[in-house]
Write a protein that binds this ligand. Structure first.
Ligand code: BES
Ligand code: ZN
Ligand code: ZN
Length: 529
């Protein structure tokens, strides 16, 4: 009886000592002000019940600690699934904690059914889980295992930590975390560092778009949007920002744009941003056009109040446009891009447009405005027509245009309407790399017929069968204002916000598909060099 009692006592003592040591470490770490953490990657075992497979960096630290990492993972790593993460304390010298994150099966690459590089998506998701967990245990200086692709690791890290909480009490805000790329296990590190910073720049562009989309409409009116953009591009030698006011918009006969803006007491603006690299490969520029409705009430065809707050993000096209230009500039991409952004509110004021009103667009076509909530296509009609003045090789527009695209595709992909199959293929390739996918939609004459019937005018703004194929009729409407042979329209209403679908984005506005557009413009540039 004595022996088992002693064994029991020893066991209890050992548990208690371990617990005390753990508490002390946590306690000390708050005083040590080290607050350093490291994210390390592991692959799923090939067969069930086998050990996790350590990646290069994890193996390096395992060797350095005499096999301690692997040992701890035998228990702590049980049932660790792809995208999951476990925190280990006091294992690797120099770090308070280690987040071991699971990057799925080794050798994962392009997945034909998913139409994306699954290996890269796995890295983004796993690393995001790692950095978030380290932040939640108080680390503020985190090194990240590049997990075989430093760009994806940087994207996952920076996108995963982003949250718009600057309007909250300081206490409630997420603490800032300094992120850097772990390279101690590599012989040459400078190229990996460079790839990491490219991923960071791409994530920064998307995070800026997320911020602009999330900002409440009283803090981001058309005027304030312009100021944010001016501030961001101030002192960038390859970027020129031109701000056009209402008088200029009038002088350009952008009456469809003006019609939408007239129900609000906020002045409309038209932003023109040029990014031209001195060594651009492009013989003619790319035009990017973004819908910039800073709030969409629906106007006189007013929206129901439930969920209307989300319409602060109805400038998502504009946000992703400036986010893309930001990334291209910081990446020092040898391309030439012009961005065009009509900015206004859609409000039901005393001077607002009313259903049945007719306006003459910049290209001379008359539009019967049957529904004032189909305003995006009105402001884009004039912007698309104006952008042709720079003779672009290609026009790409982005707009949170229809609820119908959300019904069709949800947040799986943005709808892409392309006049050129070559261009579509390049877009699809871009999306498969970034994981922020696009899906091709039809530009059939079938839909054009529905928008070119109108009692009073050349075109109507909702289509004859308003409820059916709503995203397709909206695209067909826009097509009436484009003459360029190479045009792509992205309906991004379905990918506007994130609940939990994209694991490396928090809940909130998504800034999609900024990285895909950046990738696409870069691919286009490379194809011309
Ligand atoms: N901004 C909305 C589209 C939207 C809906 C964006 C949901 C994001 C989430 C757009 O201006 C709109 O209201 N479209 C109408 C068009 C209809 C009146 C033909 C729509 O989709 O209901
Ligand atoms: Zn609307
Ligand atoms: Zn809208």
């Amino acid at each position: 009886m004595v022996a088992p009692m002693n064994r029991f006592r020893t066991k209890c003592q050992s548990i208690l000592t371990n617990h005390l040591r753990y508490c002390l470490t946590r306690e000390l770490s708050t005083y040590r002000v080290l607050n350093k953490g490291v994210v390390l990657g592991v692959y799923q075992p090939k067969n069930k019940n086998e050990d996790l497979i350590l990646d290069k960096a994890t193996q390096f630290y395992n060797d350095k600690t005499g096999g301690k990492v692997g040992q701890l993972l035998k228990v702590a790593g049980k049932d660790l699934k792809k995208g999951g993460c476990r925190i280990l304390y006091d294992v690797v010298p120099g770090f308070d904690s280690v987040a071991v994150c699971c990057i799925g099966k080794q050798g994962t690459s392009y997945n034909e059914n998913e139409c994306y590089d699954e290996g890269l998506e796995n890295i983004r998701a796993a690393v995001a889980a790692g950095v978030r967990n380290l932040r939640s245990v108080g680390e503020n200086d985190v090194m990240v295992d590049p997990c075989g692709n430093a760009e994806a690791a940087a994207e996952g890290s920076y996108l995963g930590l982003y949250e718009y909480d600057e309007l909250k009490d300081k206490e409630k805000r997420k603490k800032t975390v300094k992120l850097s790329c772990l390279t101690e296990h590599l012989s040459g590190s400078s190229s990996v560092q460079k790839v990491w910073s490219q991923g960071q720049i791409k994530a920064d562009g998307q995070n800026w778009a997320r911020k602009l989309m999330e900002m409440p409409s009283n803090k981001l009116t058309p005027r304030l949007f312009v100021e944010e953009v001016q501030r961001k591009f101030n002192n960038r030698p390859n970027v020129t920002v031109t701000v056009r006011d209402k008088a200029w918009i009038q002088s350009e006969n952008m009456n469809a744009f003006l019609a939408v803006s007239q129900g609000s007491s906020e002045e409309p603006y038209f932003l023109h941003i040029e990014y031209k690299h001195p060594d651009s490969n492009m013989s003619s520029p790319v035009a990017i056009v973004g819908k910039g409705i800073t709030f969409d009430t629906g106007g006189i065809s007013i929206k129901p109040s439930a969920g209307m707050d989300l319409m602060r993000a109805d400038m998502g096209g504009a946000a992703c446009t400036v986010g893309s230009v930001y990334s291209l500039d910081r990446l020092n991409s040898p391309v030439h891009v012009h961005a065009f952004i009509p900015l206004c509110e859609n409000m039901p004021g005393g001077r607002a447009i009313k259903p049945g009103d007719v306006v003459t667009a910049r290209n001379g076509k008359t539009i019967q405005i049957d529904n004032t909530d189909a305003e995006g296509r009105l402001i884009l009609a004039d912007a698309l027509n104006y952008c042709e003045s720079i003779k672009p090789q290609l026009i790409l527009d982005m707009a949170t245009l229809t609820g119908a695209i959300d019904v069709a595709l949800g947040s799986g992909a943005a709808g892409a309407y392309a006049t050129s199959t070559n261009t579509w293929e390049m877009l699809q390739k871009a999306g498969s790399t970034t994981g922020d996918r696009l899906w091709r939609m039809p530009l059939f004459n079938h839909y054009t017929k529905q928008v070119t019937v109108s009692q009073l005018a050349d075109v109507n703004n909702i289509g004859a069968h308003a409820r059916s194929g709503g995203s397709c009729t909206a695209a067909a409407f826009l097509k009436e204002f484009v003459t360029n042979k190479n045009w792509v329209h992205l309906d991004i209403a379905g990918v506007m916000s994130n609940k939990d679908e994209v694991p490396y984005l928090n809940k909130g506005m998504a800034g999609r598909p900024t990285r895909t557009v950046v990738e696409f413009v870069q691919l286009l540039g490379k194809s011309q060099s």
